[in-house]
Design a protein. Structure first.
Length: 107
């Protein structure tokens, strides 16, 4: 694989990482994105010779690390934004099943 092809791969994933950092993504979405990245890395690795791969190995690890940080940030943002929704759902289910009063009397 020529260096230009690897640079194209790297540039496209850096752009994706920048988009991911500013979004809220659920766990399933995080896994799908990461699996897509790993598949792309596999295709890149298949097209490279061992010598070429060894030269680009550190850059691939850096990309992987940046993507993981962005995905964990996006998943945390999703959990924070949707915590109130899940709390309301759990309260509703708990109240229906266990007859938990929503407003407890203040003593």
């Amino acid at each position: 694989m020529p260096v230009e092809e690897f640079e194209k791969f790297k540039k496209s994933w850096l752009e994706e990482i920048a988009k991911i950092e500013n979004r809220a993504i659920d766990t399933q979405g995080v896994y799908r994105i990461y699996n897509h990245f790993r598949l792309d890395v596999l295709y890149v690795k298949i097209d490279m010779t061992e010598k070429e791969f060894n030269k680009q190995f550190n850059e691939m690890n850096i990309l992987d690390s940046k993507l993981r940080v962005a995905l964990e940030t996006a998943r945390s943002r999703y959990n924070l934004e949707n915590h109130g929704l899940w709390a309301r759902i759990a309260e509703g289910i708990g109240g229906a099943i266990y007859r938990i009063p929503k407003n407890l009397p203040v003593k």
